[in-house]
Structures are given as structure tokens and as C-alpha cells.
Design a protein around this ligand. Sequence first.
Ligand code: NOJ
Ligand code: CA
Length: 705
Amino acid sequence: MKHLLHTALFYFFVLQSANSQQLKSPNGKFIMEFTLQKDGTPSYSLNYKNKTVIKPSKLGLELKDDKKSLLNDFTVIDTKTTTFDETWKPVWGEVESIRNQYNELAVTLNQKGTDRQIIIRFRLFNDGLGFRYEFPAQKNLVYFVIKEERTQFVMTGDHTAFWIPGDYDTQEYDYTTSKLSEIRGLSEKAKTDNLSQTFFSPTGVQTSLMLKTADGLYINLHEAALINYSCMHLNLDDKNMIFESWLTPDEKGDKGYIQAPSHSPWRTVIVSDDAREILASKMTLNLNDPCKIEDTSWIKPIKYVGVWWEMISGKSTWSYTDEFPSVQLGVTDFSKAKPNSTHGANNANVKKYIDFAAANGFGGVLVEGWNEGWEDWFGHYKDYVFDFVTPYPDFDVKGLHEYAKSKGVKMIMHHETSGSVRNYERHMDKAYQFMKDNGYDAVKSGYVGSIIANGNNHYNQFMINHYQYAIEKAAEYKIMVNAHEAVRPTGICRTYPNLIGNEAARGTEYQAFGGSKPNHVTLLPFTRLIGGPMDYTPGIFEMDLSKFSPNNKSRVNSTIANQLALYVTLYSPLQMAADFPEHYNKFPDAFQFIKDVAVDWSESNYLEAEPGQYVTVARKAKGNNNWFIGNVNGYEPRTSNINFAFLEKGKKYTATIYADGKDANYKTNPQAYTVRKIQVTNTSKLSQLSAAGGGYAISVIENKK
Ligand code: NOJ
Ligand code: CA
């Protein structure tokens, strides 16, 4: 009770009774109400500007094989309120400094009959709500198994949702835009093929989930700080419009192994009536712990090129030879094998990319297919696929490292695990040491196919712990990680900024596997990127793949100007220029933007945004006065009206505008673009047309006196 009195001291906490408490956000726009229902079930609701966002929603966890779940029969034994306000500087990011300001309510509950305690901690920010379950150390609740987390998000209506199907193994889907009530009917269509996929419900969806209400509220549901817990999906009760948490199980159906003291990740609800504020929210990062790496001087944002799109598009191969129907590492002798003529990671080709990187100011060169095993890398229950240290005969690790070094370029390592995490963990120390010995300080890892050991999914607790282990172990070696097919990020890059990239969504590779929807890139910032940066691998200039890979009939659904804009609209400290040097050499004036664009920012201003339709953002490069603007556009041609008021007063700049050409269109005329220069100041305005599936990119460089 002492704490209840204490709370009354803060004007922003409106004390009602122990069983019902309100918490206000620092700006007063949000009110969260915690209520203990009559049967002792905890619940919460959320209001924004006097509108209900989340109706009273139950909280709790169902336990396995336990006499009683953590669902009801609770009494409130303590409440504690605090306020917090700090500003911190990320190692890299969209902005130079981040304000972390919230009011907090921690409710301690005791369960009648079991005498077990949990704490539900709520943090109310100016842009939304985070809350989590905490399991303090106690004698009646030590080890337990979660059967299901029963966190509800009760919607106020049949909102529009931008969703991908719930899946325990992959997020590599196009987004579907529909009413909540339509999800069930559309779910089959939304399930496109993937090498590893496990659906669980026709109304299951993944987070980060973007929603829009009929009266113009934007709501984003996700989680923050997913550590030692399984990844949360949402399942919709579409009669009552209630989302409920649905954790990823292991083989036995168990959804979490907990040892107190411990806590769940944060469940997050970001809300605004202005879509741009959803994109600008830093709540997910703020709910993660501060950086745990002491010396971060080795963590550096970077632009890179690579031997990659060649294989993805089918022009060349990861494999070195066509002779072996199967490979056993250490037994299969590659030294005598006849090389095929398609192996991409050969010395001469890699040197070509190193030369290109050096000539155009790229810091890194990624090479995939450099190591033995690719002849036979997925499709079987194969544990020992790669050892991550044995190169093919035509890839000279030391020689290429020396060559790259002499040109001021870093090689980027590739570790495809093909889902065999047991094998990766076995080799990890050696693999990371091998990188250090050969001058690599960043690795792209990958988890294609079903997870080995069997019974695990990409997103269950065991795998979450694996991804985290790989990040922390890499930090010991001063290695930056860009993990593909791993779980979607939840802001962990604040704590471990060596996690410089993740895929965990449908990236550019799908433009070579049949294509992605032209408005996909207007949705990624509202969904996947809420948790952290994406290695989307933009920069494709040749949209007709059959021109160089005759059997590939896929087309890239985008324009050249749209591809340029992605370097600004899809924030990442790691940006690839994914196309071939020869394609860039064909369009040098467009390529100039990729050469110029920054990868680390001191300011970001979201100028225009509507999920599925358009995103326009202006970012200021860290360390100088240059700005870069990107706009990506959905299905309909659209004119943007840009106000340059964000520029510094009194300064003059040259803006180079890379725009869709007349009649440009993602399908029929993707390569039509124009480049023009204008002078701008902070009073300038610009109207700029974007084609269907198009966009524009603008560099705004301060004039030298
Ligand atoms: C899937 C990744 O997303 C892709 O970038 C990579 O090339 C392949 N796996 C092979 O590792
Ligand atoms: Ca992938």
C-alpha cells in the first residue's frame, strides 16, 4: 500500500483503486487502464486522444502440466509507478540521439491458492504502449512450461490490416491488404511457396502487424527484446475481432521453458493518427536494454557489392562442379573435380567485384558459394553440410584478402547453415576465428530450409537462443552479423549493435523468384522494419532477367528511380548495390546516387506516408550537411509535394533529382528515368511525379562557398 500512496505524488498517474489504475503518457495523449476483473483476471485497455484503441483485453499465461495456470484468481498486492526520461546515442541509426521517455506502472499480482507472484509492467510512451510479464524469484514458481501466452488485443472494429500469414518458419511473403474479417478467406492465397514453412491457423498473422481503423488511426502490434522466449504470432478471433498471442512451439508443442527470475519480451502497441509517426517511432529500440558492447569502434555502417545476384537470378551457380550427386565434407575430393563453367565465386570474378567496389567507393564485397558443400546443400536431413572454413579450389582466401586490402576494400563472409544450427554451433568458434585470420569483420549468415535438429521451427525458443548466441559470440570476435531467415528483429540492435542487418522478410531475391508486389516496399517500413534494419539488397537496374539468365522469366516489379529511393526509404546501416557492375556501367548517371548516398544518419524526417501507397523520407547524413530524400510509390501514379523546410536556414544546396521518366511504369517501362539539378534552400518547394511502382531519389548537397 505504501507504493499506492507514493503514486499519488505524480500528477500523471490517476489513482483509482488497487484493482483499477490509469496511467497517462508523458504528453497526455494516451491513457492505459489496468483492471483486475472480478475473477482475478488481469486486463488492460488503451486510449489515444479520447479514442479507444484496445478494448479491455485479458492478460495471462496458460501453463503446461501445472495445477493452475497464470490466468486468474489474482489479487493486486503492490503497484509501483515511475517516470523515466533519458536521451541516448545509438552506434548507428536513423537519428543521432534518441529520447526514451515514458511513465511506468508495475503491478504485482499474487495468485490465490498457489501463492505465486507475477509482475505486469506497463510503459506508456508518447507513441504507444509496451508491457511484459515478469516472473520474480520465488519458491512457488521456479521452473515452468508455457502452453500458451494468453495476451489479448481486443480491436474496436473490422480494421484494415496489412498482413502476412502466421508461420513458424518464414516471413518471406508479400503483404495482403484486407479487412480483418477477410483474413480467413484470403489466407490460402497469401501462402506462397517457401523452402520451409509451417502454418498454424487460417486467421494467424505475423508481427509487426500494421492496422488502420475506419476513422484514421494507425496501430502497430509487435514485440520488443525477444530474448530466451519464443516468437509471438497473433491469432484472430474474427467473430469478436480479438487478436491473441500465439507463441511458436517446439516439437512437443511446448511454447516456452521458463526459469524464474525471468520475463517475457515486451508486447508493443504503437499508435498515431499520422502514419509518419509510426515510422518515426523509436519505442521498440527504447524497450531494449542499452548497448552491452563496451568498445563499439569496430562496428561500421557499410555499402557493399557482391557475387550474389548472379546466383539468385540463375546466371551463375554457388556450386563449383556438376560432378557430385552428393557431397560429404572431408570425403569428397574437390581438388580433382572438374569445375563447371558457372561457379560465381572464382578468383577472377571476385577480383572484378573488388575492382568495382574500389573504383566506386564501396566498403565491402560479399561472396557466396566460396566454400565446399553447395553441390548438395538443402532438401535433405543433412546435418554436416558446411564447415565454414574450406574454400573451393578456385577461391583463394588469402590472395583475395590481400588483393581487397590493397584496394581498401573489406571482404564480407557468408555462412549458409542450411538450417543445420547444430552444425553451425559446432563450428562457430573456428568459423569466426577463420574470419579474423583472413581479415573479414562482417558475416552474412543464412538459415534456408528446415531446422536441424528436427522438430524445431525457425522461431521457437531454442532457435531464438541460437540467433542470440551467434550475435553475442560474434561480438566477442568483433564481428558484425547480418542474419537471413532468422527471426524478425525486435530492437535487439540497441543492445548488440553488431547485429547490423537481418532479412526476415521478402527481400529482393523474390524479384528473381516470380516477383514481389510493386507496393511491397511501401509496406516494409510499417511492418518488418519496425523491429530493426533489413538487408533488402536494393539497386537492381536490369528488370528483365531473361536478358542475362534466359531461363528466368521473372521480372523485377520496380523502376530504376524506385530502386534508388530504397537506399533512403528502407533504413539500414548495411546497404547492398545488388546488381552487376556491367548494369551499373550502363546507367552511370543513375548509379551516381548509389555512390553518393549515406548509410548513417543524424536526422530523419518522414515527409509523407501511407501504408501500401507511398513513403517519402528525408535523411541527413551523419557528420556533414548533406541530405538524401527517397520516395517509393505503390500501384497508382502520384505527385508528392515536398517542402524543404528541414534544410538549414541561410544555406544553399544543389538538389539532384533522380525521377521516373515520362511513361515510366514498373511493368511496361521500368528503366525510364531522368536526372536533373536544381538549387534549393529551406524555403523551396517541389512537386514531383512518381510512376506506378516507381519513386524518386534526391541528393541535396550543400554548395561550397
Ligand atoms: C537465402 C538468402 O536470403 C540469400 O540472400 C542467399 O543468397 C541464399 N539464401 C543462399 O545462402
Ligand atoms: Ca531469404
